[in-house]
Design a protein around this ligand. Structure first.
Ligand SMILES: Cc1cc2nc3c(=O)[nH]c(=O)nc-3n(C[C@H](O)[C@H](O)[C@H](O)COP(=O)(O)OP(=O)(O)OC[C@H]3O[C@@H](n4cnc5c(N)ncnc54)[C@H](O)[C@@H]3O)c2cc1C
Length: 352
């Protein structure tokens, strides 16, 4: 059976645009299904939410976000939609109205607050993973190149290893970044002098109006860990990447050495969300944090990693609030000791 807080939320959603209240009995009636679309059919529907009924993918409610973030923290999302295709995404964007949306990639750059997300979290994790065959061509300098179209939910490391099979070079420095291609494009993810924008040709997204559009690389602006689109919102569904043909053994060696380096330097055996702070110009945030004596600094089960000071790890049952307390403490201590103001790289969302 639906619990009362959930019923209340659905009713609130249903009447967001209507400014009217309807007796709970009329809306909650006899529905017994909690998971999936059936809860939205008939008894809980109203003119403003019956579009949910047309979603072909999966709809969950009160989905614990801790299950979807690499740091393993985060309360429930009111609605968690796993769209089946672009049409589902267009349906969401055209109909969500005032309901806040959040797009989840692999959740590897994310701190979701303990009370979770009041609105809809869209997860394209299980779909949008195709990697098409590369189209080879020779550029004006006579070099052999290829364009490859990749679904936004494809994991970065899987993609890099896949490109290596075709001896395509340009992305091997990005192996070991644990997120999706979509997340990498939003964050302009990078490592060792390569950023994802270096190999980008175009991005296809469902924009905030629910229209499918393709943007060329020149339509976007890229900076350190940030891509700026001509208009806000929307969800990336795929991208075209442009790479050069290289030497297979060299590509494979580079991939292997990056993976070893990451394993040696990063606390990969504990849940974390990667680098918490951006590196200030000409500096490493980790070095500043270490010099401030904060390695190992802990609150509850959350702590600054002993292995890499720019990582906060979850040693068991850490809460988002503890992680955020650590972030605040690190920021103010580093500012006091060095005069440098650290800026977070991780995205913090949800209700505190
Ligand atoms: C161990 C570890 C190592 C890491 N190393 C690096 C590194 O070397 N370099 C680096 O840059 N980062 C690194 N990161 C951070 C993180 O992996 C990257 O930022 C990654 O690109 C985030 O991808 P994601 O799919 O997890 O995105 P999420 O964390 O799920 O989301 C990040 C942002 O992208 C948005 N988003 C995600 N998918 C889409 C989409 N399809 N359409 C529109 N918006 C979307 C989200 O709404 C959010 O705003 C590391 C993280 C970990 C845990």
């Amino acid at each position: 059976m639906l619990n009362t807080p959930w019923k209340t939320r659905i009713i609130r959603f249903a009447h967001l645009h209507q400014g009217q209240s309807v007796p709970m009995s009329k809306l909650t009636g006899s529905s017994r299904t909690i998971m999936g679309r059936t809860i939205h059919k008939r008894t809980l529907m109203s003119p403003s939410t019956n579009w949910l009924n047309r979603i072909k993918g999966e709809i969950r409610h009160d989905e614990p976000m801790a299950n979807h973030t690499s740091l393993r923290v985060g309360g429930p999302a009111d609605l968690f939609i796993v769209p089946q295709d672009v049409t589902d995404l267009q349906l969401i964007y055209k109909n969500h109205g005032d309901l806040p949306l959040f797009i989840l990639g692999e959740g590897t750059n994310l701190i979701m607050n303990d009370k979770g997300f009041r609105g809809i979290v869209i997860s394209i994790k299980n779909k949008f993973k195709s990697i098409e065959s590369p189209l080879f061509y020779k550029n004006s300098e006579g070099e052999e190149c290829a364009v490859i179209t990749v679904g936004a939910a494809t994991k970065m490391s899987y993609l890099v290893k896949n490109l290596a099979k075709y001896s395509l070079t340009g992305m091997e420095n990005l192996v070991g970044i644990p997120g999706s291609l979509g997340g990498a494009l939003i964050m302009n993810a990078g490592a060792d002098g390569t950023e994802i924008c270096d190999v980008l040709r175009s991005v296809t997204r469902v924009n905030a109006e629910g229209e499918l559009e393709t943007l060329k690389k020149s339509d976007l602006k890229f900076s350190y860990r940030k891509t700026t689109f001509p208009s806000q919102g929307g969800i990336i569904v795929s991208a075209e990447l442009e790479l050069k043909k290289g030497d297979h053994a060299t590509i494979q060696n580079t991939i292997d050495s990056h993976l070893v380096r990451r394993k040696n330097k990063q606390p990969l055996s504990l849940p974390n969300s990667g680098s918490v702070f951006k590196n200030p110009e000409g500096e490493a945030a980790g070095r500043l944090i270490e010099e401030a004596g904060l390695k190992g600094f802990s609150i509850g089960d959350a702590g600054v990693s002993i292995k890499h000071a720019n990582f906060i790890v979850n040693k068991g049952a850490a809460k988002a609030s503890e992680v955020i307390e650590i972030i605040d403490h690190v920021r103010s201590t580093v500012l006091k000791k060095t005069g440098v103001e650290l800026e977070t790289e991780v995205i913090i969302v949800g209700e505190r």
